[in-house]
Ligand binder design. Sequence first.
Ligand code: BGC
Length: 741
Amino acid sequence: MKNLASFALAIAATLPAFGNMPAYRDTSKPVEERVEDALARMTLQEKINIIHAQSKFCAPGVPRLGIPELWTTDGPHGIRPEVLWDEWDQAGWTNDSCVAFPALTCLAATWNPDMAALYGTSIGEEARYRGKDVLLGPGVNIYRTPLNGRNFEYMGEDPLLASRMVVPYVKNLQALGVAACVKHYALNNNEVNRHTTNAVVDDRTLYEIYLPAFKAAVQEGGAWSIMGAYNYYKDQHACHNQYLLNDILKGEWGFDGAVISDWGGTHDTRQAITNGLDLEFGSWTNGLSNGASNAYDNYYMAAPYLDLIRKGEVGTKELDDKVRRVLRLTFRTAMDYSKGSGAICSEEHYDAARRIGAEGIVLLRNEGSVLPIRPASGTRILVVGENAVKMMTVGGGSSSLKVQREISPLDGIRNSAAGVASVDYARGYVGDVSGEYNGVTTGQNLADSRTPAELIAEAVEKARNADYVVFVGGLNKSAGQDCEDSDRASLGLPYGQDAVIEALAAANPRTIVVNVSGNAVAMPWVKKVPAIVQAWFLGSEAGNSIADVLFGRANPSGKLPFTFPVALADNGAHALGAYPGTRREGSDIVDLEYSEGILVGYRWHDTKKIKPLFAFGHGLSYTTFGYGKAGVSASSMGADGTITVSVPVTNTGDIAGAEVVQLYISDPECSVERPTKELKDFKKVYLQPGESRTVEFTVRPSDLAYFDAAAHEWVAEPGRFVASIGSASDDIRTSVKFNLK
Ligand code: BGC
């Protein structure tokens, strides 16, 4: 009823008004004028109502004024199926299936901002169709440890890469009238103890590593909302945190949008009032069963807030600021009546998912050019492994989806080989046969009672008679793997997969490993197989994207957005024992010191000279690229000038392909410790065989700066710098020096 009434009022708001149309409904007026007008008309109770949820995913708006509800949805890889008003259980709709787009790790691995734009548009259209105003994503928490169960939802270990990729996603999504809710701000870098971890991070590390992607989303992408994280920072929950929200986000960055709590991330009314939270969601995850007739009234920012105001203990200044922000968010989304109606499960969306997937797949190794597979009549391909058949769009936590269709790797390979080669399948290992999340089931029966030895014996037997063996394994979306609310226990592959791979490699020299994961995994067999492909959680078109690469319809051009260490101890956080933290005496709080500081990912490996298994930025192609000598437009740069670094790049192979040309900068003469080098720019260039292009990078003093915590400012120290250009962080092809005056 409430819904219907607000819907009718919202419709009325779109119609020409009789007499004087209130300013807040007049979309020709500036948003700020509308915000002030609406605010002035609202009662105290209405102001309190609009800043907290009325159901699992929706906030009530102001029905009396025709200000509609605000509907949020997960996020970030597709539009979550509808759940009941107050429960996580399925609402049982039959029209809420979606297209699952590749996980954000894959998007980051494309190193192609155009793909991020396509992603934002495609998922935005699906959100529009489903009537959603706020998409809970994208996530840009930095990849600090390969154990983090949620790394698959993020964009890797480098702040510049994540920044470049998040901006077009946000812009294109919001162009459709759907707000991004960039998450989880900030320092939510592992899932274990996610509600109790207190991240202890020095300011330099915070500003150089963990904040830039959020800042870019806000300042360059213009994000309309931000989700506070679950963890603590400086002993305050991130959802109501003076430092992160008031000082940095709203103060330094001038964010004018709404801070939305993570679901259940609000813990204290007074802190919520003063420390920057604007919209409370998900307190007590099972809303109505908290013993009250309407639990939403008991939210921290509901009746308890009203009480404090009525008792005169707090004023309404903060409340008005929160209401303004929620109104602004509503006017930008739910009350943007010019926005389109969107589309769901369109062929364009499947095509986008497939292209992003294929472009993000990373060819890690390809000895003897065993790939691409060139099927001919009589070619026998054996596919092995649970991940070749297991649906991966169900599970993993809040990003779990209900898809209209999902092409498995085995189906993708079969379709590609159809009519030419024969494809056989062996299970190889049994991992997790369940397939359910919040009542969505895959409907697959993956039960297999054979022993590991029997499964290996079958696979090896078949492998001996195959021309190619494609092992598809890796992680999955079950707890303790790539999954929200838990971390992985180790870097190794689960379910005895190493033994299966070793056995296959011994039986067939053309064994190709396709690793499906959102995280680095250990590969003790790395030298024993000729080809390794990093495929991510690729969504609806997974099998087609993988087959496009395996069969050479797509020439791989993905590059790793994070380092694959050989062993866990090679990662900075783990080397220093700085994970998962130490429980404070007499408290629930787990203090987690980010002891490695700015030396995250390749910054650690480079600086400490620890060879990775596969380096940040690594990714092969079916063609080869030659780099000429780097040049620089001037040997020195003024403090407010720029210089151009350029390099000719040539496709030296015989098929068309794309190369991600990466620019790293080193500051060998700095007064503070700096990483050996840092990514400062990249360009993806598409080249025909034999074609050359000169790639140019503009370097600014800000690209040379470090964050001086004492002065609280970015400082570029005059002196010598080195620009190194290469195909990966461990494959620098040319470098050039220049000075900053
Ligand atoms: C997750 C968020 C998600 C929210 C709503 C939380 O548990 O951390 O990422 O958007 O739930 O489902």
